[in-house]
Design a protein around this ligand. Structure first.
Ligand code: KG4
Ligand code: ZN
Length: 340
């Protein structure tokens, strides 16, 4: 069985419709991402029914653009990969069905991909990193740590006990009256503020029991805005003093709540390499502090480029290539799943 070299990847698990062509699992020939942010912004979050419909409108043009930007036509593609899980079922179905239809129409090998494994692959696609690694997956829906032994073999080491880190950024952004999605807007405002002005709590997991938590931090920010009196109403954003200092102090506490539990767990596991992936891995403070603190402990820390931290299809095509190379093939009855 020859291994396909030019793989078309398709991603539609949440609110990005994406397609990409990757050669030999690493060389990104094109990566097209159409975001639905503007559509969902007025609701303050992703509305599943609206997302599914928007994917339907976008999927064919996005695939066409990915082929065009790669300078290829469909006849030159020799393998397909699509996200099958986890995600919103109505969204997953759109990209997955497109890949399935193309695979059977063209008699091409194809494979179903796990979204979280693909996020981790994004770091391995761009850097030569020896496995095993400790992978922090940190996005709007996930905050978890894995021991990664192979591209498709990951052991869960820790996860958030409550909110995902990205969710905390998004919720604090709402409190501060900032644009959705919150991560980029909180970080932007934080640049103008003092990260040490307010001492918001930093989560520390118990030794030997790695975990993350963000609800205490979120509540601390809320109570701070209410002047320390939980019974008071939350002030409107325009009445909040020192918004930039609140943003910076929150960001510093959120980053510290990721860095220490991650490095402690990596050390406990005897892992020497750490990767951080997912939308929150775009955060500059996280990139700087995880790298500095990791290096100080003798660990090597890598991040994907920001474009491959957030949802994209290059990571799907790249991981798809590796799975196809390993002999994995999806069949006609392959299906999507909301869970991992
Ligand atoms: O991986 P992603 O694109 O989608 C999933 O959730 O799967 O991640 C989106 C999340 C959002 O919560 C967004 O606010 C957060 O990543 N994010 C950031 C930054 N950029 C995106 N959080 C903190 N700082 C950033 N610069
Ligand atoms: Zn994602």
């Amino acid at each position: 069985m020859s291994s396909p070299r030019l793989v078309l990847g398709i991603e539609s698990s949440c609110d990005e419709t994406a397609a990409a062509v990757v050669r030999d699992g690493r060389e990104v020939l094109s990566s097209v991402v159409v975001s639905q942010i503007a559509i969902h912004a007025k609701y303050g979050g992703v509305v599943p029914e609206v997302a599914g419909r928007a994917h339907l409108d976008q999927i064919v043009p996005v695939i066409d653009r990915a082929l065009e930007e790669a300078g290829l036509d469909l006849g030159q593609i020799d393998g397909l990969a699509a996200t099958a899980r986890p995600g919103l079922v109505g969204s997953l179905l759109v990209g997955f069905s497109a890949a399935k239809a193309l695979a059977f129409q063209r008699s091409l090998p194809w494979v179903d991909v796990h979204h979280i494994e693909a996020h981790v692959y994004a770091a391995l696609m761009e850097h030569e990193i020896e496995l095993p690694v400790c992978a922090l997956v940190v996005s709007g829906g996930h905050t978890a740590l894995y021991r990664v032994e192979a591209f498709d073999r990951m052991q869960l080491l820790a996860k958030t006990l409550d909110d995902a880190a990205g969710e905390a950024f998004d919720k604090v952004a709402v409190l501060l009256g900032l644009a959705y999605p919150g991560g980029p807007s909180v970080s932007k405002l934080a640049l103008e503020g003092d990260p040490e002005r307010f001492a918001f709590p930093r989560y520390r997991a118990k030794p030997g029991r790695p975990s993350f938590s963000f609800s205490g931090l979120k509540t601390a920010v809320l109570y701070h805005l209410r002047g320390g009196d939980a019974t008071q109403p939350t002030p409107p954003p325009e009445a909040i003093e020192d918004r930039a200092d609140v943003a910076a102090s929150f960001e510093a506490a959120a980053v510290a709540s990721l860095v220490r539990p991650t490095l402690d767990a990596a050390e406990e596991q005897g892992l020497e390499r750490v990767v951080a992936v997912g939308g929150v891995a775009c955060n500059q403070r996280l990139r700087t502090e995880l790298t500095a603190a990791g290096t100080a402990r003798g660990l090597k820390v890598h991040f994907p480029s920001p474009a491959y931290c957030t949802d994209n299809a290059a990571m799907i095509a790249g991981l798809g290539y590796q799975l196809l190379k390993g002999g994995k093939r999806a069949q006609l009855d392959a299906d999507v799943s909301p869970r991992g």
